[in-house]
Design a protein around this ligand. Structure first.
Ligand code: MOS
Length: 721
């Protein structure tokens, strides 16, 4: 299959590429968009979870009587009286089925009450007694108990080797051999995980169970929940028209969704509502695992890479395996004839990790790009030039041609716009008042995914309008708006004449808003449905004419290495007296295929960069291994980047259309903005101070003892020497 033969039949862009305002924006700013916890419900019951206070063991007894005596409390469900579930592969969802406790914070009971307040007070009053076992909740380097998972998320090989790394190390003029660590991070979308559930009171009522769930995938919730509830897929309906962020944490249902279904089943006809508290989200909604990464770069004196070795140690949970694909991006990033990547997991008695924005690429590229900066310094080469010098001709592991690799253009464009040429290569050479100032760069990458299993339906309405329906999810990204633009161009009509319907499992099946693949996957289905519609109904269809369409497989996905690329530039100040690191400027330049809506795309890319800035400077979930849980479980102690941290952040992109990916020529933009950002921060911190931070995040305490010989500090009252 040649590149020519696998070109996607392109869409003629008219609305696509224009900054259409967010369709549902007015509803959201007026508070008229009902989120999962707020959907209208008659006489609802409220749930509050009781969580284990031990990390490992078993529930011996649950004394519900004090809770049941409290006014408004209706019931307390625990493993002895909760409705039974069918067994299933996702152990995280087997809630209240056994007395076993596998992490601190696990759901051991749920209080059902007439008000949210009564439920919460009831949960406080439930007395749980445990048989306690020894637990292990600390990830340490050199852990003897690590193992190789069968694959890493979602289905990549665990290990990969090309050539002979040992010989590369022997032949190298310069070797970087360092260990980098990244911390636990929690997704923390603004809208907490929430579900309103209703079990039908009688069998003739339609679906047995209706869930209004805050989810990235309505059909995904059904495929996870239907089997364990003993229902056919058609017997559950899931709706999520508005979702206040997810970042992966709403990509799969979690325990609270199951609890809502069980409590609804126990109270047929009555809606039940549950929302996780911010603190509960630190145990029950997934998170990014911490990593310990050894990086070896073997290079010639001119910086040409001879070998790359990336060995990752990370953790998973006793309840369910999740293997973050931390070293996978390394496999296609830079040219080097000898290469090795591996992942090892340590099983801990902790909450279940899962997807968080750019799982794998975010922590892995943080380490890779910090190591590249060290190599640039060791070779005396500009860090932008080092990356350009190691640009591969073809995918260095698979040997496949790249579809549309524009990393060098991103680096060069960014360097030009950021004023990189004026950068003094010496660290600690620039002072602005009491702030040492440094510039850092890092590359970004994210794979192109397109999920085939998507169907869209198009129906002609009166007045020349069209309804476009697909069970997709807009989690705040702008998907609703962007799909309208794609549909308009596919039908050859104006954006204002399209009504897009999504966020409901009664609409045609759609895959998850994840893997930065939503627009590509759903948009391809819409284009196909529009083509079918025109074929079946011609240019002047009758009202009520309907067609559906699903995209064919894209052969280029098998023949080409398809990825987005980017370059992150950071100017960081480090206070001479306090060590405080502060962002001064940040620029991201991205190559992500055609940008369908510059307004929503810019927001997505900047959002990713801000989250990456948080990963560079602030975000760290601190686990207390004595108890097994995360102690920084609120936004006062888990710091995300907020307005005062952000200041001047800009995202731009190359003007391009990818001929191999899909009819829109797009790739994906949800995740690449976070990739590389933390490394650019750490590299800028080195340039400001000469201090190399290899353990994220980059915090003030690292800079309390500045090197004595920084050029900019000669004569400064802080001493400098
Ligand atoms: Mo994203 S972590 O694939 O929702």
């Amino acid at each position: 299959m040649t590149a020519q033969a696998s070109k996607q039949d392109a869409l003629e862009p008219v609305a696509v590429g224009t900054p259409v305002a967010r369709t549902e924006g007015p509803l959201k700013v007026r508070g008229a968009a009902a989120y999962a916890f707020e959907v209208p419900a008659d006489d609802p019951l409220f749930l509050h979870l009781v969580q284990s206070t031990i990390a490992k063991g078993a529930v011996r007894t649950v004394d519900a009587s004090p809770a049941l005596a409290h006014e408004g409390v209706v019931a307390v469900l625990d493993h002895t009286n909760a409705p039974r579930l069918e067994t299933g592969e996702n152990a995280e969802l087997q809630v209240l089925q056994t007395p076993d406790v596998t992490f601190r914070g696990q759901v051991v009971a749920v209080v059902v009450a007439e008000s949210a307040e009564a439920a919460r007070e009831g949960a406080r009053l439930v007395v749980v007694d445990y048989d306690v076992q020894e637990h292990k909740a600390e990830l340490r380097g050199g852990d003897e108990d690590s193992y190789a998972p069968e694959k890493v998320n979602p289905a990549f090989p665990t290990d990969s080797s090309v050539g002979d790394m040992d010989r590369a190390l022997e032949a190298a003029a310069v070797v970087v051999d360092e260990t980098y660590t990244t911390p636990y991070e929690h997704n923390n979308p603004m809208e907490p995980h929430a579900t309103t559930a209703r079990w039908a009171a009688d069998a003739d009522e339609g679906p047995r169970l209706v869930l209004d769930a805050s989810t990235q995938s309505v059909h995904g919730v059904i495929s996870e929940l239907a089997p364990i509830l003993g229902l056919e897929a058609e017997e559950i309906r899931v709706r999520s028209p508005y979702v206040g962020g997810g970042f992966g944490s709403k990509g799969l249902p979690h325990a609270h969704d199951v609890v809502a279904a069980l409590a609804a089943r126990a109270n047929p006809g009555r809606p039940v509502r549950i929302a996780l508290t911010r603190q509960q989200m630190f145990a029950l909604a997934g998170y990014r695992t911490a990593t310990i990464q050894r990086f070896q770069l073997a290079a010639g004196a001119d910086g040409t890479l001879l070998g790359i070795n990336h060995e990752v140690l990370e953790q998973t949970s006793a309840l369910k395996e999740f293997a973050e694909q931390t070293a996978v991006a390394t496999r296609h990033m830079y040219a080097a004839p000898n290469r090795h990547t591996s992942h090892r997991l340590v099983t801990l008695d902790v909450a279940v990790p899962s997807w968080m924005r750019a799982p794998g690429e975010m922590p892995g590229m943080a380490a890779h790009e910090m190591a590249m900066d060290e190599l640039a310094v060791a070779c005396g080469i500009d860090p932008v030039e080092l990356r350009v010098r190691n640009e591969p001709e073809v995918d260095p592991e698979s040997g496949q041609p790249f579809g549309h690799r524009k990393l060098v253009e991103c680096l060069r464009t960014g360097a030009e716009r950021f004023g990189w040429a004026e950068r003094d290569p010496r660290p600690g050479a620039r002072l602005d008042g009491d702030w040492l100032v440094g510039l850092g760069v890092a590359s970004a990458t994210y794979p192109y995914y397109r999920q085939p299993a998507n169907t869209a339906r198009i129906e002609a309405l009166t007045g020349g309008r069209y309804a476009v329906s697909i069970g997709a999810a807009d989690i705040g990204t702008g998907a609703l708006t962007v799909l309208g633009q794609i549909a308009a161009d596919a039908l050859g009509i104006g954006v204002a004449d399209v009504d897009v319907h999504l966020g409901d499992s009664s609409l045609p099946p759609a895959t998850v808003a994840g893997g930065s693949a939503g627009t590509a996957s759903w948009g391809s289905a819409i284009v196909e449905a529009a083509r079918t519609f025109r074929k079946e109904h011609g240019a002047s269809p009758g009202v009520g004419d309907v067609s559906t369409g699903s995209p064919a497989d894209n052969p280029a996905m098998d023949t080409h290495s398809l990825h987005s690329f980017g370059a992150q530039f950071v100017e960081l100040g480090v206070n001479v007296w306090t060590g405080e690191p502060r962002l001064r400027r940040m620029l991201g330049v991205f190559s992500a295929g055609r940008i369908i809506n510059p307004t929503t795309a810019r927001s997505q890319l900047i959002g990713g960069m801000v989250m990456g800035l948080g990963g560079g400077l602030l975000e760290e979930s601190v686990r207390d291994p004595r108890f097994g849980h995360v102690v920084t479980q609120d936004l006062a102690s888990y710091h995300v980047a907020s307005h005062a941290d952000v200041r001047d952040v800009e995202a731009v992109w190359l003007d391009e259309t990818d001929p191999l990916t899909n009819p829109m020529g797009s790739r994906g933009i949800g995740e690449i903005g976070i990739v590389g950002a933390a490394a650019a921060v750490a590299n800028a911190a080195w340039h400001a101070t000469g201090i190399r931070v290899r353990d994220l995040p980059v915090t003030a305490d690292r800079f309390l003892d500045l090197p004595a010989d920084l050029p900019a500090l000669a004569g400064h009252p802080s001493g400098g020497a």
